[in-house]
Design a protein around this ligand. Structure first.
Ligand code: NAI
Ligand code: MG
Length: 488
């Protein structure tokens, strides 16, 4: 048994000066239009909605809302462009994709700031993770464009046609890249819809795509909420839907496309298990727990939101975790020291607060470090729930916020059973010194991604996707090409 000393392991005595990222260099228009057929066009019904800054809930810009008529226009443009785009050689397609990657890199700083303004994520994350990874996805799939016959030897892969892509608000530019890059590499044309709370970087991406000189109609980017998404899903001339978002909407799309010719991939929610064995490097594991659940305010489908700690080290891990949580800085997303930014929307904050109440009412023990939250805007302190059991709602349901449940276990078989006792199957993490334990668990855990002695690491070459109610289909890597081709 480790002894737990009764003093803070992480001395929270550091103070930081403000280190705000400048916003001087960014360009945000007052109004954004729809990007259809290579042009920025006004919505047919003339409707616009506001995208707001979650730190103060003030408007950043007006954004055109696509109606079903605009969706139809975009699909027609994509259909028209498909013939020549799919007939181009892979090498030529690859050049455009490379160009998009390089243009993202050139404007990375601007993209990072706008991503943080529109969605509330810390600039450190948008600058070091979201934007570079987005560029890397384009670079990676640009490389595949002329090598499809090697990806699928002797199978003669052909593009599907027009693909409809609907993305969420937690990684706006990154999800756009995950969707657009493989679809272009394989010769499809695209109608993509960003989420209504975070449309700006996708619309900036439209500017870059325009600049890249890609033929008109190959990529169409149109904003709007659920109705616009449903119009894309239900459009008869779409050949495939790729969706990332809630399990509820995923089920709706599954129903709406059943019995049609449309192919479908769904990347839905999760309730990832993060498992700490007593032979793990404890300090690294504590850092990993923090990264697993507090990264991007916990708005992460693959977040490690259920912590399982082996009983013999539980007191030590929890003590160190609480100490570490005291040092987390919650606040201005544009400050380079910020660890936890703003909750993406009022609606999402209400959902998280509802679950925190449920957790308390279910009788679990709550821990939140004392931290000053800004007065205005949407904020949530990092939160732990101890003394929870498998049947608690906060253990079973996706909260999508900075809220972690903590349980203990004694044996490997016990933790496998507990980890798999969820409707989801997206991600898991295993912390141990023993390679054999890692291999044993990766085989037994029902999760599309299992991280070993790390968490929330992403790479364009590595496939990502879930089992069970977390959806089906893979994005990233060679596997990510497959949902965009058919074989003749
Ligand atoms: P959502 O699933 O409604 O939003 C995701 C995207 O789907 C958005 O672009 C939205 O406009 C679109 N959409 C909504 N209704 C649609 C419909 N009927 N047909 C087609 N597209 C539609 O997610 P929401 O309501 O913003 O978040 C609710 C919960 O969903 C969160 O608390 C979280 O648990 C989960 N979620 C999971 C995500 C993931 O990455 N797996 C991402 C976003 C939310
Ligand atoms: Mg916004």
């Amino acid at each position: 048994m480790h002894k737990v000393k009764n003093k803070d392991v992480f001395k929270a005595s550091w103070t930081y000066d403000k280190a705000p990222e400048s916003t001087d260099h960014i360009q945000i228009k007052k109004q954004y239009e729809l990007f259809i057929d290579g042009k920025f066009t006004k919505p047919i019904k003339g409707k616009y909605f506001d995208t707001i800054n979650p730190t103060d809930n003030k408007k950043i810009a007006s954004v055109a809302e696509a109606s079903d008529k605009d969706v139809d226009k975009a699909v027609k443009a994509a259909r028209k462009a498909f013939k020549s785009w799919s007939a181009l050689t892979g090498k030529e397609r690859g050049k455009y994709i490379f160009r998009i990657a390089r243009l993202i890199q050139e404007r990375a700083r601007e993209f990072a700031v706008i991503e943080s303004l529109d969605g509330g994520k810390p600039i450190r994350e948008s600058r070091d993770i979201d934007i570079p990874l987005a560029a890397n996805h384009f670079f990676y799939y640009a490389g595949w464009a002329d090598k499809l016959t090697y990806a699928f030897p002797n199978r003669n892969p052909k593009p599907l046609g027009v693909v409809g892509q609907i993305i969420p608000w937690n990684f706006p530019l990154l999800m756009a890249s995950w969707k657009i890059a493989p679809a272009l590499a394989t010769g499809n044309t695209i109608v993509l819809k960003p989420a209504e709370t975070t449309p700006l970087t996708a619309l900036k991406l439209a500017e870059i795509i325009h600049e890249s000189g890609i033929p008109k109609g190959v990529v169409n980017i149109i904003a709007g909420a659920g109705e616009t998404g449903a119009a894309i899903v239900n459009h008869p001339d779409i050949d495939k839907i790729a969706f990332t978002g809630s399990t509820g909407v995923g089920k709706y799309i599954l129903n709406a496309t059943a019995g049609t010719h449309k192919k479908l991939t769904l990347e839905l929610g999760g309730k990832g298990a993060n498992i700490i064995f007593d032979d793990a490097a404890i300090d690294q594991a504590v850092e990993g727990i923090v990264n697993a659940i507090f990264f991007n305010q916990g708005h992460v489908c693959c977040a490690g939101s259920r912590l399982f700690v082996q009983e013999s080290v539980a007191d030590l891990v929890i003590k160190k975790l609480k100490d570490r949580m005291k040092t987390l800085i919650v606040g201005d997303p544009l400050d380079k020291n910020t660890d936890i930014g703003a909750i993406n929307s009022k609606k999402q904050l209400q959902t998280i607060e509802k679950y925190i109440k449920i957790g308390v009412n279910e009788g679990s023990e709550i821990y939140q470090p004392k931290c000053k939250l800004p007065k205005h805007g949407n904020w949530c302190a990092p939160t732990l729930f101890l003394n929870v059991s498998q049947s608690h709602r906060i253990v079973q349901e996706e909260i999508f916020g900075p809220v972690l449940t903590v349980q203990t276990f004694r044996t490997i078989s016990e933790v496998i059973e507990k980890a798999n006792n969820t409707p989801y199957g997206l991600s898991a993490g295993v912390w141990t010194d023993k390679g054999s334990k890692i291999f044993h668990l990766t085989q037994k855990l029902d999760a599309g991604i299992v991280w070993a002695n790390t968490f929330n690491k992403f790479d364009p070459t590595s496939p990502f996707g879930g089992y069970k109610e977390s959806g089906f289909g893979r994005e990233g890597g060679l596997h990510g090409l497959k949902p965009y081709v058919k074989f003749e």
